[in-house]
Write a protein that binds this ligand. Structure first.
Ligand SMILES: *Cc1c(COP(=O)(O)O)cnc(C)c1O
Length: 372
């Protein structure tokens, strides 16, 4: 942090009153065991780097020209992969940007936006940025979401599924219920972690993604990202799936703000990632396996572990001294996420790492717990 005193005299009152989202830290320290921001511990498909290199080398001065403004080639590939129409897809510079445009398009309304009291901490920030009245609906005592709690007049609903930081998954029938009970509100399902879900575990047959509902419901928007399951957090690619009329609103909002949100390299890399299905499926299966093993090990150490359907685990240490444990782990070069927030201040959110990283974490925790 700079010591310099910031002079806000020339700022708009909007800028002066913002309270920005604080992302998990990205320290430069070597040999750090970084389990704090839910990045994928495995590299992306090697085809991504190849495609980006080709893009740079193929046509001389490829970067001289602007990229495709509507990312049409990428949308065509997404349409193929997700079995939807290209006009049901919107892409942006990370799903955070897509979500910001979603707030501007669908939530700046008279009626309040409903969202769980414990969820992605960017939602309240967007709400403030766009002047949206956000009403927080408490999760149940077991941290699950009860759709009946959302039965009240609203201008929109946003829920992360699996939810963050709990990792719990809501069923498709509950999402259906929300969408059909609020035909005049847009229901946004943020599926940043959906590729790590194991549907059979909650008695669902196949996919639990709400993308399968966008033909049936004209008021569902599903957002996803390349950042977690596709190991491309650094490339910044996110997308939304919805009925073409909602997609058109997002496109107009984007074009009133930045007509080229995805650069050429990002578009090429994202397409290559989608084309390597085998790699993607294998990587997701591996993370799910590692998650289940790590959950088991944490439980054996006496942690209360929520049944995660994501690439992170939300767990309460046996004494509930989460902040202290996070601090002690940091002293050993292991960083996990702690939220000093009511209801969850005795929990840690731990990103699933490689076998070696998870082993290092368990070893450190074993030492800490036996010393106390
Ligand atoms: C990581 C995350 C995002 C943002 O992903 P980007 O595509 O990297 O912007 C959105 N929602 C949730 C719940 C996330 O955890």
């Amino acid at each position: 942090m700079s010591e310099q005193k910031i002079d806000t005299r020339l700022w708009s009152s909007k800028a002066r009153h913002l309270s920005p989202y604080i992302p998990g830290e990205q320290p430069k320290q070597a040999n750090l065991c970084k389990l704090n921001t839910n990045e994928n511990p495995f590299p992306p498909s090697p085809k991504v780097a190849q495609a980006i290199a080709e893009q740079l080398n193929k046509q001389a001065y490829g970067l001289r020209l602007y990229p495709e403004p509507e990312s049409s080639t990428l949308k065509q590939q997404l349409a193929k992969t997700y079995q939807v129409q290209p006009n049901q897809i919107f892409v942006g510079n990370g799903s955070d940007e897509v979500l910001a445009l979603v707030f501007a398009c669908f939530f700046m309304k008279e009626r309040p936006l409903l969202s769980p009291d414990i969820s992605y901490s960017f939602y309240p920030v967007y709400a403030e940025t766009f002047g949206v009245d956000l009403v927080k609906i408490p999760l149940q005592d077991d941290f699950s979401i009860n759709p009946d709690d959302y039965r009240q007049p609203c201008g929109g609903i946003i829920i992360a599924n699996p939810n963050a930081p709990t990792g719990l998954l809501m069923s498709l029938s509950d999402i259906r219920k929300l969408a059909s009970e609020h035909p005049n509100a847009v229901v946004v399902i943020d599926e940043a972690y959906i590729d790590f879900a194991e549907p059979q575990q909650i008695g669902e047959p196949e996919s639990v993604s709400a993308v399968s509902l966008i033909d049936e419901f004209d008021n569902i928007v599903v957002t996803q990202t390349f950042s977690k399951s596709r190991s491309l957090a650094g490339l910044r690619v996110g997308m939304a799936f919805a009925n073409p009329s909602l997609i058109e609103a997002l496109t107009r909002m984007k074009n009133s703000f930045n007509s080229y949100p995805l650069d050429k390299l990002a578009q090429a890399g994202a397409i290559a990632s989608l084309q390597d299905d085998a790699y993607f499926n294998k990587a997701c299966t591996k993370i799910i396996e590692l998650r289940n093993v790590l959950s088991q090990h944490l439980a054996e150490l006496g942690f209360s572990v929520l049944p995660s359907q994501a690439n992170f685990i939300f767990a309460r240490p046996p004494e509930g001294n989460a902040e202290q444990i996070a601090q002690q782990l940091r002293e050993q070069g292991i960083i996990v996420r702690y939220f000093s927030q009511p209801r969850i201040d005795e929990y840690l959110r731990i990103t699933v790492g490689t076998t070696a990283q998870n082993g290092r974490l368990i070893e450190a925790l074993t030492g800490l717990l036996s010393a106390s």
